[in-house]
Design a protein around this ligand. Structure first.
Ligand code: SF4
Ligand code: SF4
Length: 193
C-alpha cells in the first residue's frame, strides 16, 4: 500500500508517517504534481532531505534503517564542515591549531596536544577518520565554539525524528567508536517511535 504526502506538509505529518511505516506502508512524496519515493532518482535539491527521510521510512529492516540514519547524519555533518570550511585546513593544519603558539600546535583534534599521539583510527594517507565516527563529527573545539559554531542532535532531522532519547545520547557521546558499535548500541535501546 502507498501513501502520497505533499512535500510542504511532510514534517507536519512525520509522526503519522512513522506509524504508517510500522505497517509497511510505502511513503511517496509529491512536489508540484511529481511523485518521488527514492532519493537516488533525479529530484530538485530542495527536497533532497525529505527524500532521505522517506528512504528511512521505507526501509523496514531495523538494522538497515539505522545504517541509513547513521550515513545520512554523517553526510549532513561532513557537508556542513566542508561547505562552510569551518576547520580551514592549510598545509595539513586546521585554523584552531594555526592560531596556537607553535609548541602547542598539532594537525587537528584527532591528535592530542599533551603527548602528540594521533588516534589510531586516523588514516594518515587520506588525512581523515577511517571509521566515520558520528559522535566525533559533532565535536567542535573551543576555537570554533567561540565563533558560534555548534551542532546538536536536534539540528539533524534523521536523528531528531528517528532516534529515542537514549539513542540520541549514544549518537552524541560514543567517541572513537565504529558505525557497527554505535548501531549495535542503538539496537539495544530500540524504542518504538
Ligand atoms: S574542530 Fe577545531 S581542532 Fe578540530 S579540526 Fe576543526 S578547527 Fe581543528
Ligand atoms: S575516531 Fe574520532 S578522533 Fe579518531 S580519527 Fe576518527 S574522528 Fe579522529
Amino acid at each position: 500500500m502507498n501513501k502520497v504526502v505533499d512535500v510542504d506538509s511532510f514534517y507536519k505529518k512525520i509522526y503519522y508517517l512513522k506509524i504508517l511505516s510500522k505497517f509497511r506502508v510505502n511513503i511517496i512524496v509529491k512536489d508540484k504534481k511529481r511523485e518521488y519515493q527514492n532519493s537516488s532518482v533525479k529530484h530538485p535539491d530542495k527536497i533532497d532531505e525529505i527524500l532521505k527521510m522517506v528512504n528511512i521510512l521505507n526501509t523496514h529492516k531495523r538494522k538497515d534503517r539505522y545504517s541509513l540514519i547513521y550515513d545520512y547524519a554523517c553526510d549532513y555533518l561532513d557537508n556542513e564542515f566542508l561547505n562552510n570550511n569551518w576547520c580551514d585546513f592549510k598545509k595539513n593544519m586546521c585554523i584552531s591549531n594555526r592560531n596556537k603558539p607553535e609548541e602547542y600546535q598539532v594537525g587537528s583534534c584527532c591528535t592530542r596536544t599533551a603527548n602528540r599521539e594521533t588516534c589510531h583510527y586516523f588514516d594518515d594517507t587520506k588525512k581523515r577518520c577511517s571509521i566515520r565516527c558520528l559522535s566525533c563529527k559533532f565535536f567542535v573545539c573551543r576555537y570554533l565554539e567561540s565563533h558560534g559554531i555548534k551542532y546538536r542532535v536536534k539540528d539533524i532531522p534523521y536523528l531528531k525524528y528517528f532516534l529515542s532519547l537514549r539513542q540520541k545520547l549514544f549518537a552524541r557521546i560514543s567517541f572513537f567508536r565504529t558505525k557497527e558499535e554505535i548501531i549495535s548500541d542503538w539496537l539495544k535501546f530500540y524504542k518504538l517511535p
